[in-house]
Every structure is written in structure tokens, then in C-alpha cells.
Write a protein that binds this ligand. Sequence first.
Ligand SMILES: Cc1ncc(COP(=O)(O)O)c(C=O)c1O
Length: 363
Amino acid sequence: MVPMVDLKRQFQEIKEEIFATLTEILESSHYILGPKVEDFEKKTAAYHGVREAVGVASCTDALHLAIDALGIGEGDEVITTPFTFFATVEAILYTGALPVFVDIEPDTMNIDAGQIEAHITDKTKAILPVHLFGHPSDMKRIMKIAKKQGLKVIEDSAQSFGAEIDGRKTGSFGDAGCFSFYPSKNLGAYGDGGLITLDHPKVAERIRELRNHGSRGAYRHGRVGFNSRLDEIQAGILLVKFKHIDEYNRKRRNNAMLYTELLSDRVSCPVEHQGAYHVYHQYTIRSKKRNEIQQKLKERGISSVVYYPAPLHTQEAVKFLGYQRGDFPVAEKAAREVLSLPMYPELEEKTIRKIAGIIKDIV
Ligand SMILES: Cc1ncc(COP(=O)(O)O)c(C=O)c1O
């Protein structure tokens, strides 16, 4: 079966480096919040051109702690997209704030910045765009609105490590950028992990307290926090992979270009807006014959996944928000048409040609 992501193959290529790091960490007997985490935080802050980066246990936690540390909570509203992974909305709800959905752009499937202002109320405290599939949201427009309206911006960069707008990295535009190192992400650990990038030392300090039981030094607790620390083993693995991330992203882009060259006259292919650097965490096509394509790919031993089959406003868990089917027609149409194809740096040209050939036989 051709997988969505070939982590086995990637591991074979970096095995020596990984084993050397693991041996070093295991022999050090320093396993939580040690030198590897510090080094990773320093390197990723510099990479994003921000002053601070804080390692945490996952992107879900990164979003939760960032929203909390920015002073958003009970009774506040956070504007976001209904076309994302559920964690985006869970993180808002953990703080006691409520998500307010805004429909998406039909081409990038990111939040439609042109519709945001119509949803701002006197309870709105923040905008939370998601750089879906690795294509940046329209941060220039979003930051302009936020400035004008006095709102915070938290970027869900779970799928966009290394993506840029005019040479500036996603996760460096807003008040906080939140990253996921779930193993299948374009920068993935061998377990869970997350990161918050930001430019405010005071907020970073608050997040550092929150991730470690509200601790302000040995057994002194300023407030009730959480246990959400990045561990040394994951940070060590991430440091190895971080050295390769630009190359991994370049290879993803080359693979995406070949898919698009082969498929663009048959299905709707991902776009790249002017100035954007898409990292193709997913290569997601759209077609009315989506289900047929997926079935045929399966029969021929090719994986594919529908990210996401149900927009969040239609989810049982958030029924209490009061949204109805039909409220966000662009997101609902996307959910009926999207299909993500295998995408990873090591994906071979002949496999891309085979996948494209199968799709072309149907549409
Ligand atoms: C857009 C988005 N936000 C948040 C998350 C949550 O990340 P994590 O699994 O690291 O908590 C994910 C993970 O799939 C995601 O894709």
C-alpha cells in the first residue's frame, strides 16, 4: 500500500543521527525540560525571526496555553474557521471562550479574511486563523483587521512549519504561533509535541509557568497550571529533523508541482497565492467524483484521506453553539469534494505518475 506519509523510509535515512541523539539523551538521564528542549526553542525562535519559542506537549496544548496566556477566557469570543481539525476549537473551549466561525476561501480553504469584520462583536477578543494543509492564511489582511479592532491573533500553524508570506514565516505574524509535532506532520517527532512562537517575553514567561503547573521556581506556584512539557527525547529527535526541514519542504513542493502538472486539467488542484510559500503538509485535490476516486485508489493500493469530511459547526460535540447545516456553504462544499493524496519528501516520481494515471482514468 502506498502510505500517506512514509515515516519508515524517512527514519532509515536519518537513523544514525537519531540513534546518536537518543544515546546521548538516555545516558544524560535528563529527560524533561533539559538542554535539548532549550536548544530546540532557541533554534526555532531564530528560524521564525521571533524572540521566544516555548516547547509544550502538543499543538492542542500550544493553542490552549497561548489563548489563556493572552488573557482570553470565559465570556470572550474567538473568530476561527469551521474547516480545520477539531483541536483548534477544543483549545478555544478549554479556556471558557467561544469559537465564532467564519466561512472559508474556496481556493485555499483557509478562513475568508474578507468576512471576518462582519462577525466581530464587543465580545470578540481574538482571531485564530489556521494555515490549512501548509498554505498560509491571508495574514496581511488579518493583522490589519486585528490592529484596527484591537484583537489578538493566534496562528494555528500545526500544518505549516516553514510556510511563508513574502519571506516571513507563518507563526511569526500574530501574538502567538502554535505548532504540532505529531509524527505525521511535516516536522514530526516520534510521539506528541508542540511549540509556541512569539515575540512577547512576558507572555512567553506566562506560558512557561502554565506548562509546568504554574510554577515560578521550585515548588512556588503563582497560579494553577498544567503538565504540558516537551520532553528531551522528542526535542532531540526534532533537532535532528529540523536540520532537514527546508529540504523536506522543497521536496514536498517539487512533488506537488508534478501532481499539479499531471492533474490540473481533470480536478481542482491546490493553489499558491502570490507571495505565499506553500509547504504542502497535505496535497489536497477537489472533485465532485471524490468518493469514486478514493475507492479506485484504494483498489489499486494507494492511500488517500478526506481532511475533513464534516466541518466543525456540524459536529455533535459543539451542537450547543447553535450553528446549522447550511451556515457555511463554502466549507460544506469543500467537505464534500476534498481528497488528500500521498505526500512526503521521499515520494517517488513514478508513484506520483501512477496515482495521477488512476485519477485520470476516472475524470
Ligand atoms: C490544524 C490543526 N490544529 C491543531 C492540531 C492539534 O495538534 P496536536 O495533535 O499536536 O495536538 C492539529 C493536528 O492534527 C491540526 O491539524
